[in-house]
Design a protein around this ligand. Sequence first.
Ligand code: ARG
Length: 440
Amino acid sequence: VLWGGRFTSGPAETLKRFNDSFVFDHELFAEDVKGSIAWARELGRAGVLKAREASRLVAALGQLPPPTAEDLTQHEDVHSYVEARLFEALGPLAGKLHTGRSRNDQVATDLRLYLKACFGEAVEGVLALAATLARLAERHAATAMPGYTHAKRAVPITFGHWCLAYVEMLLRDGGRLRAAAARADECPLGSGALAGTPLPIDRRRLARDLGFARPTANSLDGVSDRDAAAEYLFAAALLLSHLSRLAEDLIFFTSDECGYAELSDAMATGSSRMPQKKNPDVLELVRGHAGRAVGELAGLLALLKGLPLAYDKDLQLDKEPVFRTRQTLAAALPAVTALLEGLTVKADRMLEAASDERLLATEVADALAASGVPFREAHERVGRQIAAGRPLAELGHPEALDVGRAVGKRKALGGTAPANVVREAKRALARIARLQGDGR
Ligand code: ARG
C-alpha cells in the first residue's frame, strides 16, 4: 500500500474488498499515466527532480503495461497500480513521482481528462443523430400525418416537422454538452491534498501541458469539485429523456394500430414464440436507459450534497455512474441513428390517417370564422356536427377539408408548412456541419 508507514499491520481482506477501487477505476489508466507524465515533466522543469530523473520517469510511464484482469484484485486503485508498475521498472526513483502531489488532485485530474473525452464523444453522437433526423425531415417535408395532443388526433402536421422537433432538442443537448465541457476545462493538478502544493511549480504551464484551458483557482475546490461529472450526467439524462420521447413516438408510429412506419429487419427483434412479431426492442431499451440515467444523476447529487470540504472517500463512488453513462450513450446514440436510417415511412398510411375529418374540424371552424361567424359559435357548430356524426362538408367550406392546404397554411415561423420544413432542415444541416467541423 501507499500509506503503510504509520501502520503496524496490513489492511484486512474485508477492508480491501470494501475500500479498493481498482476493479472499476482501472478505466482511468490512460488518464492517470497522462497526468503522471505531465507531473514528472513539471517536477523536472521546476527543478524538483533532476532533468535525467524526470526524463526516465516520463519514458517509463509511457511504457507501462495496461492492467490485466488478474491485476484488478491485486491493487488498491489505479494510482497505486501505476506506482507499483513504475517501481518494477525503475526501482526507488519511482518513489519520487509523488513528490508534492496527492491522490486527491491526481484523481480529480484523471476524471476531468476522462470527462473531456466523454463530452466530445457525446457531442459527436448527438450531431450524427441530428443530421440523420434533419435529412429525414428534408425528404418528408410535405408528408402529412396526424399531429397529436393527449394522444388524440388533433390537426395534421408534416412528418418532417416531427423530425425537426427532435433536431431542436438534440441541438440544445449538443450545446449543453459543449458548454459543460468548457466549464470543466480546468486542471486540478497541483492542488495537493487540499491546501495546494508547496513546490515551485507553474500550474498554468502544467494545465496547458495536459490540454486544459487553465488551472483550477482554489485548491480546496479543485480536489472536491465534481460539478463536471454532475453536469455530464445531467446532460446525458436530459438527452436520453429526449431520445426516450422519440422512442415512445416511434413505438406508437410503428405499432400495428398506426402502421405509419416500419422498422428495418436489421434494427428490429423477433419473438421466440410468436412468429409474426417484429418488436421495437431498441426503442424500449432507450426508454429504459433514460430512466436509469436519471437515477445516475440523482445518485451522484445525493452523494455530493452533504460532503464537507475537502476530499472525502465518498468521492470514490463518483466514477462508476460516469463510466456506465458513457457506455450507455456510446451504444444508444448509434443504435437510434441506425434505426432512423433504416426506417420505412408509410406516407400513404399517414395521409389516410391525417385525412380523418376530425383533424380538419379546426380548419372548418376557422373558415366559418373567416366568413364572419364569431369563432366561439363556429366552434360550437362544428362540435355539434361531429357529435351528431354528420359530415363536416355539410357546413360549407369544402376547401377547409384539404389536408395539404391545412399544413401549407401554417407557414408562420416555427409552423409545420412544407416550405418551412425544407428551409429549417437545410438550416439545421448547415449548423450541424459547422459544429462537426468545430470539433476537429
Ligand atoms: N481511489 C480514490 C478515489 O477514487 C483515490 C483518492 C484517494 N484519496 C484518499 N485520500 N484516500 O477517490
